[in-house]
Design a protein around this ligand. Sequence first.
Ligand SMILES: Nc1ccn([C@@H]2O[C@H](COP(=O)(O)OP(=O)(O)OP(=O)(O)O)[C@@H](O)[C@H]2O)c(=O)n1
Ligand SMILES: C[C@](O)(CO)[C@H](O)COP(=O)(O)O
Length: 386
Amino acid sequence: MSIALIIVAAGRGTRAGGTQPKQWQMLAGKPVLAHTIDSCQTALRSAGRDARLLLVLHPDDMARGLELTGGTVTLIAGGESRDASVRNALEALEHQNIDKVLIHDGARPFLPETVLTGVLDALQTLPAAAPALPVSDALWLGDRARVAGTRDRSGLYRAQTPQGFHYDAILAAHRCHQGPAPDDVEIARSAGMDVAITLGHEDNLKITYPADFARAEAILRARKDARMDVRLGNGYDVHAFTEGDHVILCGVEIPHSKALLGHSDADVGMHALTDAIYGALAQGDIGRHFPPSDPQWKGAASWIFLDHAAKLAGEMGYRIGNADVTLICERPKIGPHAPAMMAELARIMGCEASRVSVKATTSEKLGFTGREEGIAAIATVTLIAD
Ligand SMILES: Nc1ccn([C@@H]2O[C@H](COP(=O)(O)OP(=O)(O)OP(=O)(O)O)[C@@H](O)[C@H]2O)c(=O)n1
Ligand SMILES: C[C@](O)(CO)[C@H](O)COP(=O)(O)O
């Protein structure tokens, strides 16, 4: 099925006020229209759909449209009315092998994926579908600021976009239609098309009046808060020294007069970091995922554990915010090897090296680390929801 998505943004936004049309006014640092295009592209991507994008602009706005889209979207000059703008885009799609077309207001900056898929799914069986929300408030008839009557709200809906159609049918409907129309559903119905009502969304607001900018900002703020999911984990590990000539710390082999004793390669720093990630995910510790009783992990390289923990974080929807590892030992000296350790840990976790810290401290010759009986490591990690 080949789909086109038309975004109509050629209006002058007279009701919204401001020094320029509402679709060009700034919302959280970028024009409303940039939010609309981004949300359409994100919804399509999340829904696993591909669509040809057409942006209908006022003839005066073509240059800034090109600047905004960088030439990735087809620009069409709009008309005097919304239906004339839509018609121009529909005509431009003739002979382009388009089966289905979605028509969306440029003034609706937050298209939820569920609204998009609801319309596309309904188009499998009907020639037209559009999202709407049932009217929930009581309805009054007003006369000079007095209630002059009430009206039954049952069966009434607030229409939204994108409104979706079988391409050939809506093009024919537009060509036949006379007079103004508030939306494409009206044009489709006047041509006898059966239109399904799909579920709209409160976030899918249309900026119409000045107060709608504040509503749009509140939606953006709520979404940002919902994304503020940060998890913190810590890990601690100790390995004793044994006879040997090198240690492996945070993935780096360092010549030393002793080795670290362990079931795996005894990389105490990497183990602490791995446990910190499991801890942040509330997924136990290394022993749970790689039991020491299982002979297959004997002598295993510790990157296998860290790689597993980092991938598990990714599968659960998190990426590394930052990681901080402290090695506690008198010797070997860690400082000269710290940059290589940070680079190796970052490589394994799939994050930028600037997000990883490795540092060291002695314990002033106190305790088992001070007596050089072994090395301890502590690690802290933050995970950020994607
Ligand atoms: N000649 C027109 C008129 C409207 N639209 C678009 O249709 C959508 C919905 O219309 P509306 O909210 O009425 O926008 P405006 O016409 O710009 O607003 P107003 O009526 O307040 O002037 C908007 O994205 C608007 O840019 C369009 O492409 N071409
Ligand atoms: C299609 C539409 O968004 C339906 O709500 C339409 O553009 C609304 O325009 P209106 O002039 O604000 O009614």
